[in-house]
Design a protein around this ligand. Structure first.
Ligand SMILES: [Zn+2]
Ligand SMILES: [Zn+2]
Length: 304
């Protein structure tokens, strides 16, 4: 069934799912928002969405081989761990999706741990608000690096091409879902957290408090955080009162406008390498005073 997915059908599936989830989550955000946004939505949305299309176009241009093409090639050559045993096709897809998800989790931890990579990944974290478009904003270089890592995983694993499409569509959809600024009953959040990363779970990862930023790395399945000790159930100051973003980047014109976003990795404000620099080792928790100051001033946008 691998070779039968035409490029046109693949693009239609990807684009259709992307638009359907984007519109659904955007509507949910309007009717049942979780938090009040502090940055100007028209500019943020324009910047975040433009970056998505820029990244998609550049990735196609710079990396001529897609993950699907690599999977088809690996299959034709008999390459990859999954080729060693003849599994039923559905089991191959399930294993491949699990392995891809673990790879994405580990890659995310690595982007927090390695200072140079953190410089790229902080563009995702610098967003002053947390909504469906945050789930799509990643620096172009991070997207290109991720694509190369994915190609390596495909060549080592040798998954069916359809598994690559399933995972990429799933990741795109869950990333928009779990970044959404949506409210849901606590019982539903608890139930969903058994199988998928929820907005409340991932919002903790966007806190300005370092030990919260360095938790809940999962994008899709929540199990890796549970198993590997990086799970944090709730933010210290609650979802409505917590501060989103990075303490050193509070200027909306820098962090939520496209040119500023692309230049963020090369700016000096944030010391690189957040991981294990958490303030839970006796360091002073500066986020609280900032948290209070911001909320007292109705959401401070510019600090310089
Ligand atoms: Zn992160
Ligand atoms: Zn995120």
């Amino acid at each position: 069934m691998d070779g039968q997915l035409s490029p046109q059908v693949e693009v239609a599936i990807r684009l259709g799912c992307f638009l359907a989830v984007l519109v659904a989550m955007a509507a949910w955000e309007v009717f049942a928002p979780k938090r009040e946004l502090i940055a100007g939505k028209p500019w943020r949305w324009t910047s975040n969405l433009t970056l998505v299309f820029l990244n998609a176009a550049l990735a196609r241009l710079v990396i001529p081989v897609t993950a699907v093409a690599a999977a088809l090639f690996a299959n034709s050559q008999g390459w990859g761990l999954l080729q060693l045993v003849k599994w039923p096709w559905w089991l191959e897809i399930a294993i491949a999706v699990l392995v891809f998800d673990l790879a994405i989790y580990l890659q995310h931890v690595m982007f927090h741990a390695v200072p140079l990579l953190w410089r790229l990944h902080l563009v995702h974290h610098a967003d002053l608000d947390f909504d469906v478009t945050t789930g799509l904003r990643f620096h172009t270089l991070e997207i290109l690096l991720s694509a190369l890592i994915k190609l390596a995983v495909v060549l080592v694993l040798g998954p069916p091409a359809v598994a690559v499409v399933v995972f990429e569509v799933l990741l795109n959809a869950t990333s928009m879902f779990n970044h959404s600024n949506v409210g849901m009953p606590p019982w539903l959040d608890r139930l969903l957290r058994l199988i998928v990363v929820t907005p409340d779970m991932h919002r903790v990862h966007h806190s300005v408090i370092h030990r919260e930023t360095n938790s809940n790395f999962g994008f899709n399945l929540p199990w890796w955080d549970y198993l590997l000790g990086t799970y944090r159930a709730q933010p210290k100051y609650g979802h409505e009162q917590m501060t989103i973003g990075l303490t050193s980047y509070r200027n909306e014109h820098q962090v939520d406008r496209l040119p500023g976003m692309l230049l963020l990795p090369f700016s000096k404000a944030e010391a690189p390498g957040l991981l294990y620099r958490g303030n839970d080792r006796g360091g002073k928790d500066t986020s609280r005073s900032q948290n209070k100051a911001e909320h007292n001033s109705g959401g401070q946008r510019t600090v310089s």
